[in-house]
Design a protein around this ligand. Structure first.
Ligand SMILES: Nc1ncnc2c1ncn2[C@@H]1O[C@H](COP(=O)(O)OP(=O)(O)OP(=O)(O)O)[C@@H](O)[C@H]1O
Ligand SMILES: [Mg+2]
Length: 264
């Protein structure tokens, strides 16, 4: 999603670098459709520490995307607070949220949300140029190289594969050097080699640059790259474990299945 909003010098997003990058307290989110109400998130509380690489797993419809959207301030919860670097996003107006998100949060959506009329490099640079951060343009080339899409920079989205579009979406999220990176099934449309490339990049960003990353995934082979896995079911957190004790994706998958079965 590209939010076209001119930079405003007088609005400085307030945050505290010493506070955790993300803390949810008692978050409930309901969607109303006609007579029925769906509780997509039910009293979710969690804290993500700075520099952590966290995977969120769970069946389709359990609330994973809603959790990311609430964490980014894109969706307002019905109850609870959403603290990003200590700032409660539920208290802010849209303009302040947009500026804060653009500078501190990198988002990769389940659908890539690229602008169809713009080339890959225009898509990637649009948010930082809109924010007046021309200094970041110089970081484009190494980022394209790192993601293996240097040869696609002049292509529009409809001339790129799903996997290439996904990597452009990643580049767009990473170029502003955000503190918190939220990615919704980032490897869903990638072959296993490209998927592992993205996972390695994410791990490097955590280990070398101290970024905090939350990735939603169905794939144990992606989750095993994270240091911590949160498991969701029916809008609730039912598991929170370190991947350290699992050497292989298969063992992680078995533990995940055990948690899902034990909670029924
Ligand atoms: N805008 C909306 N209006 C109504 N219901 C919604 C809306 N967004 C999500 N939901 C519902 O909330 C629940 C959680 O949806 P969510 O998209 O968070 O699931 P998910 O875990 O990301 O699933 P998937 O793995 O299929 O992407 C689902 O029952 C979904 O139908
Ligand atoms: Mg989803």
């Amino acid at each position: 999603m590209v939010e076209l909003l001119a930079p405003e010098k007088t609005v400085t997003p307030v945050s505290s670098a010493s506070a955790p990058p993300l803390k949810l307290e008692g978050v409930t989110k309901r969607f109303r459709q006609g007579e029925s109400v769906i509780e997509a998130l039910r009293n979710v509380s969690l804290t993500i520490e700075q520099g952590q690489f966290v995977a969120i797993m769970g069946a389709s419809g359990c609330g994973k995307s809603t959790l990311l959207h609430v964490s980014a301030g894109l969706t307002l919860p019905d109850e609870g607070s959403v603290l990003v670097e200590g700032a409660d996003l539920t208290k802010w107006n849209d303009r302040r949220l947009t500026l804060f998100r653009r500078r501190r949060i990198g988002l990769v959506f389940q659908s890539f949300n690229l602008v169809p009329t713009l080339t890959a490099e225009e898509n990637i640079l649009l948010p930082v140029l809109t924010d007046g951060r021309k200094d970041l343009v110089a970081t484009l080339d190494p980022l394209l190289e790192r993601l293996g899409i240097a040869g696609r920079r002049k292509h529009r989205p409809d001339a790129m594969s799903g996997g290439e579009q996904q990597r452009v979406a990643f580049a767009r999220a990473l170029i502003s050097k955000p503190a918190l990176i939220l990615a919704d099934e980032p490897t869903g449309s990638l072959d296993s080699v490209s998927g592992q490339l993205i996972c390695r990049l994410l791990k490097e960003l955590c280990e070398q640059e101290g970024r905090t990353i939350i990735v939603v995934t169905h794939e144990p082979s992606v989750a095993i790259w994270a240091e911590r896995v949160l498991v969701m079911k029916d809008g609730q957190l039912i598991g929170d474990f370190a991947t350290g004790e699992f050497g292989e994706a298969e063992a992680l998958a078995a533990h995940y299945q055990h948690l899902i079965t034990a909670s029924s």
